[in-house]
Write a protein that binds this ligand. Structure first.
Ligand SMILES: [Zn+2]
Length: 549
């Protein structure tokens, strides 16, 4: 009889398949699940009694933005919030944002592009995607990391922020860079088609990139072009790229912005079913909230972002051009296709209104009082027009502003559209969060997974506990082809989350997001205890950088 290093005793095993829980002890050795069954205390060096607790596979956050935190020596201080909610694996490189490749000629544009999700003084110790992953491996990561290549980064490396299609040579160069990312182990390619420069790409450009993914059988993930007027066309475009490129696709954070577009959620779910019935491997995921956070520049029309942030600032400083931008922000109706001259994928302010647009972070001290306030309120306080508040803030902060947009698939009083998505058996759970320790984070950073387990499983019974765990674990593992994670099985990596199903709860709100959840008791990453009695341990970097093979 060999002694095990660690034994989780008396728990209810929810194994990630969706099957009902069963009583078993779980033994862990060398970072792996050694045995699931009944064992004696004497068989282990350490025994943790987890009676009345659920023992589940560690949660996989299928969509986060931690790429720029992972290179930091003190990353655990930021990533502890993910661990505290039971997350053991982070998928990064989403929505077209990744830290590589870097072309020295356009490095300044990459800096401006990523400023809102990047620590101020981050040093870029790499150029290629492979070098970035190598840097993470050499220095260690707090949580397991599943990296994606990012269309925005590829495009900036080849053609900066130009608002046009690539010529043949440029297209070929993007394809070559993508192939290099895949050879280094990227699990797929993400695009962010509401952001410049991703928004300048045509379906054609994307389909050609899909052709590069195809022989590697890697996933193509989409932050679609529009989630209001153009939601249905934008969702259909994902299916078209899948068909033309012969690839698996993922509609990232499926959502409808603005009350009058909530009914379209049903159409997107039907489209998903139809695609799958036609043999397209189409998936999607969901942020379990009715607000989304991103760069404040996402409110601006594409033409104003042509050439990048410095050009935008010139335009906002010129009264005539500024008036044109104001007119578009307040009146332009998005139409399809969005990449035509004057086209616009997604007018956030027109869809949700200034009262639903809140400032979450500004770079400088002098504007800190704006954080946590809506544009409508700031306009009232300053006696200025809301657009002028927005434009002046962008100018003063050189574009380094993030915002929270409310009215996403629901609001405080009505959540039916969000519930429609959440109830769907193929909706994977995510945070979409990033943590930089500045400004006000989205509450998902602290509570996304506990919110689903507490509110939607225990209180509202939208789905069973086993089903929720499946959609936090094996469903996401399957999308990326992770071979030995996402299930609690002998021989699998010992990524394990232990929680109290009667107590699990998110305590984070929009105004007071920085509250850790309740009921997540233990979290193990590769067999290493990173959360003990609800408290994250930040002393070790126990994660693995995973590479697709
Ligand atoms: Zn996104």
């Amino acid at each position: 009889m060999s002694r095990h290093r660690l034994l989780l005793k008396n728990g209810r095993v929810v194994d990630g398949t969706g099957n009902p829980w069963f009583h078993a002890d779980v033994a862990i050795d060398d970072g792996r699940v050694a045995r699931i069954g009944r064992m004696d205390d004497a068989e282990a060096d350490r025994v943790i009694d987890v009676a009345n607790r659920v023992v589940a596979p560690g949660f996989i956050d299928i969509h986060s933005h931690c790429d720029f935190i992972l290179p930091l020596a003190d990353q655990a201080e930021f990533l502890r919030h993910f661990a505290a909610q039971g997350i053991t694996t982070l998928v990064v490189g989403n929505c077209g944002y990744a830290p590589a490749p870097i072309n020295p000629g356009t490095a300044d544009l990459m800096q401006a592009y990523t400023a809102f999700i990047k620590p101020r003084d981050l040093e870029w110790h790499w150029r290629t995607f492979g070098e970035y992953l190598g840097y993470l491996e050499d220095n260690g990561v707090y949580l397991n990391t599943v990296p994606l290549a990012a269309h925005g980064a590829l495009r900036i490396a080849v053609m900066g922020f130009d608002a046009r299609s690539p010529n043949d040579e440029e297209q070929g160069e993007m394809e070559r860079l993508l192939a290099a990312c895949l050879e280094s182990g990227a699990f797929g390619l993400s695009c962010g088609l509401i952001y410049a420069p991703g928004m300048f790409a045509t379906t054609d450009e994307l389909a050609k990139l899909a052709n590069v993914l195809q022989p590697h059988d890697r996933l193509f993930t989409f932050h679609v072009r529009g989630s209001s007027e153009t939601l249905m066309s934008a969702s259909a475009e994902v299916v078209e790229v899948a068909k033309r490129g012969g690839v698996r696709v993922q509609h990232s954070h499926l959502e409808a912005f603005g009350k009058r577009f909530w009914p379209q959620v049903e159409g997107t779910l039907e489209l998903h079913e139809r695609a799958r019935s036609e043999g397209v491997d189409h998936g999607f995921d969901v942020i379990p909230y009715t607000a989304a956070n991103t760069t404040f520049l996402a409110i601006l029309p594409p033409w104003s972002l042509d050439g990048g942030v410095p050009k935008l600032l010139d335009r906002l400083a010129d009264p005539e051009t500024r008036a044109r931008i104001k007119h578009d922000v307040e009146h332009a109706i998005p139409h399809w296709p969005t990449w035509d001259a004057g086209g616009w994928p997604h007018n956030l302010v027109e869809a949700t209104g200034w009262a639903n647009t809140w400032i979450m972070w500004v770079e400088s001290e002098r504007n800190k009082s704006c954080e946590g306030k809506s544009l409508a309120r700031l306009a009232e306080e300053t006696g200025k027009d809301p657009f002028d508040v927005a434009a002046d803030l962008i100018l003063d902060e050189k574009g380094q502003v993030t915002a929270l947009y409310f009215g996403v698939s629901g609001d405080r009083d009505e959540e039916w559209a969000l519930r429609q998505i959440l109830q769907h058996p193929r909706a994977a759970i995510e945070t979409d969060a990033f943590s930089l320790g500045r400004g006000r984070p989205h509450p998902a950073l602290y509570g996304s997974f506990p919110k689903v387990l507490g509110q939607y499983v225990r209180e509202e019974r939208l789905m069973t506990l086993e089903e929720a765990v499946r959609r936090m674990t094996s469903l996401s593992a399957g999308r990326f082809g992770l071979k030995d994670r996402g299930l609690l099985r002998e021989g699998y990596a010992a990524d394990i989350t232990v929680f109290d199903p009667e107590a699990v709860w998110d305590n984070a709100s929009y105004l007071e997001p920085e509250s850790p959840p309740s009921g997540i008791d233990y979290v193990l990453v590769n067999g290493h205890v990173v959360v003990e009695r609800g408290e994250p341990d930040v002393s070790a970097l126990a994660g693995h950088v995973l590479r697709a093979a």
